[in-house]
Write a protein that binds this ligand. Structure first.
Ligand SMILES: Cc1cc2nc3c(=O)[nH]c(=O)nc-3n(C[C@H](O)[C@H](O)[C@H](O)COP(=O)(O)O)c2cc1C
Length: 265
C-alpha cells in the first residue's frame, strides 16, 4: 500500500478541492421560505432503530492532518474484482471500521437513515448463492453462464457489506419537514453512498481489496427473509471485500476542463 500511496502522491500537482472554499455557502442556496421554517423548527432527534443509547460527540480540531492524507487514501481506492478469502486484518477490526463509519457518516438533519449488515464466511457465501439462484430463474441459459462466472468471483471473496436505507427513518423526516418531503429519499441515498465510499476507501487503506455491486432489488425479498431484517430496510448496495488476488484495471480520466469550473471575483 505504501508503494501505491507514493505513486498517488507523485501524481498530485494541485488540488481542485482547494478552490471549493470559494463556492457559495449551502445556506445561501436554500430558498428563503425554507430557511424560515428551519429557523423556527428545532433540529430533529432520530435515533437508529437498533440502538438503545445515544452518544453525543463534540467536534475537535485535528492540527496535524492535511487534505493530502485524505486524498492519498482516495487515490488508493480502486475497484478490485480478483479477491480471495485471506483477510489481512481480523473480522473484529473490520467490524470496528464499519461501526465507526456508520456512526460518523453525515446524513441530512442527522436523520441516521443508514443501516448495515456485514456478512462473513458462510453468510457471505449465502448472499452470492441467493443472487445466483434468483438470476438463474430470470436469465436465459446462454446469458446466465457469464453471470454465474461473475457471481462465483464475488463468492470467492471474504465478505460482503450490505447497505440499506431505512424507509421508516425517511418517513419520520418527511412527516417532520413537509416542505422537504421529496428530498429525504435522495438525501438518504446520498448518505448511504457516502458510507459505501468511506468503507471502500477504509478497507483498501487496510490492505484489502473491494468492489461495489448492486444486485438489489432482485435479491431484496430473499435477503430480508434470510437475515430476518426489518421490512423497512431497503437494500442499496453490496461492498464485496477480501484479500487482493489481482490488480485493478486501467482507469481513464476525462479532462478536468470538461468537469470543473472555478469562479472567484
Ligand atoms: C454509484 C456506483 C455504482 C456502481 N455500481 C457498480 C456495479 O454495480 N458493479 C460494478 O462492478 N461496479 C460498480 N461500480 C464501480 C464503478 O464501475 C467503478 O468505480 C468505476 O469504473 C471507476 O473505477 P474505480 O472504482 O477503480 O475507480 C459502481 C460505482 C459507483 C460509484
Amino acid at each position: 500500500m505504501q508503494r501505491l500511496l507514493k505513486l498517488a502522491t507523485a501524481r498530485v500537482t494541485s488540488s481542485p478541492l482547494r478552490s471549493a472554499t470559494s463556492s457559495p455557502s449551502p445556506s445561501s442556496l436554500v430558498p428563503k421560505s425554507v430557511t424560515a421554517i428551519l429557523k423556527t423548527t428545532s433540529p430533529p432527534t432520530v435515533r437508529p432503530l437498533t440502538t438503545t443509547s445515544t452518544t453525543t460527540t463534540t467536534a475537535t480540531m485535528s492540527s496535524n492532518l492535511s487534505a493530502n492524507t485524505a486524498l492519498d487514501l482516495i487515490k488508493n481506492r480502486r475497484t478490485i474484482y480478483a479477491l480471495n478469502k485471506d483477510l489481512t486484518i481480523t473480522e473484529d477490526r473490520i467490524q470496528e471500521i464499519v461501526k465507526d463509519a456508520l456512526q460518523h457518516v453525515p446524513s441530512s438533519y442527522n436523520s441516521q437513515s443508514n443501516r448495515v449488515v456485514v456478512l462473513f464466511n458462510n453468510d457471505h457465501n449465502k448472499f452470492w448463492e441467493i443472487a445466483h439462484d434468483v438470476l438463474k430463474g430470470m436469465l436465459p441459459e446462454d446469458r446466465f453462464e457469464a453471470t454465474a462466472t461473475r457471481l462465483a468471483m464475488f463468492k470467492a471473496a471474504a465478505g460482503t457489506i450490505m447497505f440499506f436505507e431505512d424507509m421508516s427513518a425517511v418517513e419520520v423526516m418527511q412527516a417532520k419537514f413537509p416542505p422537504y418531503a421529496d428530498r429525504f429519499l435522495p438525501w438518504a441515498a446520498q448518505s448511504v453512498g457516502m458510507l459505501e465510499y468511506i468503507l471502500w476507501v477504509a478497507l483498501e487503506a487496510e490492505g484489502l481489496g473491494a468492489n461495489l455491486q448492486h444486485y438489489n432489488p432482485i435479491v431484496d425479498a430473499k435477503v430480508t427473509e434470510e437475515w430476518k431484517l426489518p421490512a423497512s430496510w431497503k437494500l442499496n448496495a453490496q461492498l464485496v471485500f477480501g484479500g487482493r488476488a489481482g490488480e485493478p484495471g486501467e482507469k481513464t480520466f476525462a479532462p478536468l476542463e470538461e468537469k470543473y469550473k472555478v469562479f472567484g471575483n
